[in-house]
Design a protein around this ligand. Structure first.
Ligand SMILES: Nc1ncnc2c1ncn2[C@@H]1O[C@H](COP(=O)(O)OP(=O)(O)OP(=O)(O)O)[C@@H](O)[C@H]1O
Ligand SMILES: [Mg+2]
Length: 424
């Protein structure tokens, strides 16, 4: 089978490694891929958000199956366009991608289907939003409705910050049309976790729980980022908590999608806050998380193709995932300036030495190959992933690999997995 992965991050490299290893796959390309995916696949230059160009490329390459990494092409209808061209794809159609593409829609969906989430109100009028906040006399989490590359959410500390966020999102349109509507949400407390389920339109297969680290610095301080590292499984998701996640969130979500006439096929990433054992939904994403995918792919037992294909074909009835590797942890190495404007084109040293450490995989995110050198090309540059049977040992391996890698101004956290590690 000829397979194409759309995207260029660490998530796509992690998927590429597992898909390339499948006996079902005769050819794999990444559109456009990065400096790491070229080692396991053919990189083909294309803009993932140019739907017509991606479809044309898939046709030219005689692709049988496309795995879509990022959310933007899904929201733009890439899977619908591929289906029109007779090409099977992993990922929801536009109608399902709205769960991530519109935060207002997803909050109303949760309300309609009685899925636990923070209390909220939605506004298309900035004056009305302002009055609501002033009348409430308290701080709110302010979310731009549309896609904003992970930068459209402000967890305000007080009324003034809340009003400032409304001003920037709705009046100054810092995120463009994504700010035409806002969601004001009550702030939830607790520990954040990521729960992925693969859905075939009807049935679902839960993947292992994972935990991302959103803030730039150790101790969960500093600005929010796309994610500085992840590990799986997080201890906060006990068997009892997982049961609640399935019963109160996953089952009503999958049922709600069907009730709303949405044939959702792909992966649903549920962002949750767990407070005293009670799960509440922070958000839905309609694609694999990054960096969660790096640890999920490191733990998944066996071939991943039946899981991806089963969802796309609408039949996961025979699928039993196994998590043959007990734990995995990944550390993101970010460029200087991240999460703001970053410096690119920096040479990276030590990649081969790092990958020699047992249990370690050096996954690329923002890198490009330049002759025999690898250069930085984005904010999150590499994702050093280690897997094994003990979280403390795995952390030691991952950081030993990190210590072999260098580029100017490299930023990373030393405390990834701190909720689970005995030695952090
Ligand atoms: N109601 C809330 N209470 C407390 N914190 C929140 C709340 N909603 C969001 N957050 C924080 O803000 C972050 C971003 O919010 P959210 O996940 O909705 O936005 P996003 O931009 O879609 O994120 P991502 O890029 O992870 O998809 C969350 O990971 C969480 O840390
Ligand atoms: Mg999101």
């Amino acid at each position: 089978m000829r397979v194409m992965i759309v995207g260029s991050g660490g998530r796509e490299h992690a998927l590429a490694v597992r898909i390339a290893a499948s006996p079902m796959v005769s050819y794999l390309c990444c559109a456009p891929g990065n400096g790491g995916t070229r080692l396991v696949a053919q990189n083909l230059a294309v803009n993932p958000e140019d739907v017509a160009a991606v479809v044309a490329l898939a046709k030219r390459e005689k692709i049988d199956f496309v795995v879509v990494g990022p959310e933007a092409p899904l929201v733009l209808g890439l899977v619908d366009a591929l289906a029109d061209a007779g090409i099977l794809a992993f990922g929801p159609r536009k109608a399902g991608a709205v769960l991530e593409g519109s935060k207002a829609w997803s909050k109303l969906f949760m309300q309609r289907h009685a899925i636990p989430t923070a209390a909220f109100a939605t506004f298309t009028d900035a004056d009305a939003a302002t009055r609501f906040v002033q009348d409430s006399g308290k701080a709110w989490v302010v979310k731009a409705d549309g896609l904003a590359a992970g930068k459209g959410v402000m967890v305000a500390a007080d009324v003034a910050e809340t009003l400032d966020a409304i001003e920037r999102i709705m009046r100054q349109r810092e995120h463009g049309a994504a700010g035409a509507e806002v969601v004001l949400e009550e702030r939830l407390l607790g520990q954040e976790v990521s729960y992925h389920v693969v859905i075939d339109g009807e049935r679902f297969v839960p993947l292992a729980a994972a935990q991302d680290h959103k803030r730039l610095q150790d101790g969960d301080r500093g600005p929010n980022t796309g994610g500085m590292g992840a590990y799986s499984p997080p201890p906060v998701v006990t068997a009892e908590v997982e049961k609640k996640i399935i019963e109160r969130v996953v089952v009503p979500t999958v049922r709600g999608l069907r009730a709303d006439g949405i044939d959702f096929r792909g992966v649903l990433f549920v962002g949750l806050m767990i407070d005293h054992g009670e799960p509440r939904v922070l958000e839905y994403n309609v694609r694999f998380g990054d960096p969660e995918t790096e640890v999920l792919m490191a733990r998944y037992g066996g071939d991943v193709m039946p899981l991806l294909l089963g969802a796309a074909r609408g039949d996961l009835s025979q699928l039993k995932p196994s998590w043959s590797t007990p734990v995995a942890l990944c550390v993101v190495l970010a460029a200087p300036g991240y999460p703001g404007t970053v410096k690119k084109g920096l040479p990276i040293a030590g990649l081969a030495a790092a990958s020699q450490i047992a249990g370690v995989q050096v996954l690329h995110a923002g890198t490009v190959a330049d002759a025999d050198r690898v250069l930085t090309s984005g904010g999150r540059v590499l994702c050093i992933t280690a897997s094994g049977s003990d979280i403390d040992a795995v952390a030691v391996q991952a950081y030993a690999a990190v210590d072999r890698i260098h580029f100017d101004g490299m930023q990373f956290r030393r405390d990834i997995g701190h909720h689970a590690r005995k030695s952090s």
